[in-house]
Design a protein around this ligand. Structure first.
Ligand code: ATP
Length: 300
């Protein structure tokens, strides 16, 4: 369990992280979204124990991570631009990780060779950006971490490799209960991967949600009433997040149990009533609209 309480961090008066409180359960895949400069990397570095927060507490299984060697041996932070020793190969870096991370597994490293198919003897600085990213994931997973903090991990990867890395992360979370936090700008990119999502803006978490709850609780309904005044009556009984009219058909984004909500619409004897699939992006647009934010400049 990762618990952050009122965590803040400033760089020369400028607040990068501002009063963040979040609780992340073991085995969860948590998506951290936000625009450039929102504070995602700073927050990940605080959780990794690389930065010390100015205020608040960060506890992992009840202990502070900063200067905690045992916890750091169980935590991997993958930076957005992986760095390796000059002139090193994957074999050299594997030897280094093996000497630093007590849980390093040669067996896992060998297993993952079939996924990454990189030449372990080739100099990393001669590899492409995407290949270096793959090498970082390969090395990181071979450390058998309990906590995996990934800064834009699928950036620069081709679609096949993206899917393979997503599958590996699902496996880590399901089979080994690894807690994974992934930062990204792109809601669609991590929609199918994460079970929780938080949106960060100017150092603050402005919304954090369990995705299954959110999806079960929010619906897009297309409806056409026989009597136009019936639409007005709905508002008394249904929590409407958004409403728009296209000719005689109205589109509603509503919250509540699906059966309760559709029953309310049926009471007004519509001649058209469809419950349509809602993307995570749409859910966030309407949630954030309700909270007074425009999502478009914040995440893609
Ligand atoms: N080491 C540092 N020294 C000074 N300021 C910093 C440092 N690291 C981050 N900042 C500032 O903190 C704020 C948050 O930066 P951060 O890198 O955490 O954002 P981010 O959400 O990861 O952005 P991006 O998506 O662009 O990577 C920015 O204003 C940035 O300039």
């Amino acid at each position: 369990m990762i618990e952050l309480n009122q965590v803040s961090k400033a760089f020369e008066q400028e607040k990068a992280v501002d009063g963040v409180t979040m609780h992340i359960h073991k085995g969860s895949i948590y998506g951290l979204l936000g625009s450039n400069g929102a504070g995602k990397t700073s927050l990940l570095k605080i959780i990794a124990g690389i930065y010390r927060q100015d205020r608040g507490t960060v506890r992992i299984d009840g202990a502070e991570i900063y200067e905690n060697l045992d916890l750091k041996g169980r935590t991997i932070f993958m930076a957005d631009a992986p760095t390796f020793f000059p002139q090193s190969t994957i074999t050299h870096m594997a030897a280094f990780y093996r000497s630093v991370y007590p849980r390093w597994s040669d067996e896992r490293f060998e297993q993952l060779a079939s996924v990454f198919k990189l030449d372990v003897k080739r100099k990393l600085h001669r590899m492409s950006k995407g290949m270096r990213r793959q090498a970082a994931v390969w090395l990181g997973l071979s450390c058998m971490p309990e906590i995996l903090l990934m800064d834009e991990p699928i950036d620069g990867l081709d679609p096949v490799m993206r899917q393979q890395i997503k599958n590996l992360l699902f496996q880590e979370s399901a089979e080994r209960q690894v807690t994974i936090i992934i930062s990204s700008h792109n809601l669609r990119e991590i929609e199918d991967l994460c079970d929780h999502v938080a949106i960060m803006h100017k150092g603050k978490i402005i919304v954090q949600k369990d995705l299954d709850d959110l999806k079960a609780d929010t619906h897009k309904i297309q409806v056409a009433f026989r009597h136009p005044d019936h639409a007005g009556l709905l508002k008394e009984h249904i929590h409407i997040l958004h409403e728009e009219k296209r000719g005689s058909v109205s589109l509603y984004i509503v919250k509540g149990h699906r059966e309760d909500v559709t029953a309310q619409f049926r009471l007004h004897d519509p001649y058209l009533l469809d419950v349509l699939p809602l993307t995570l992006e749409e859910i966030f647009i309407y949630e954030m609209e309700g909270a007074g934010y425009d999502i478009q400049p914040i995440v893609l």
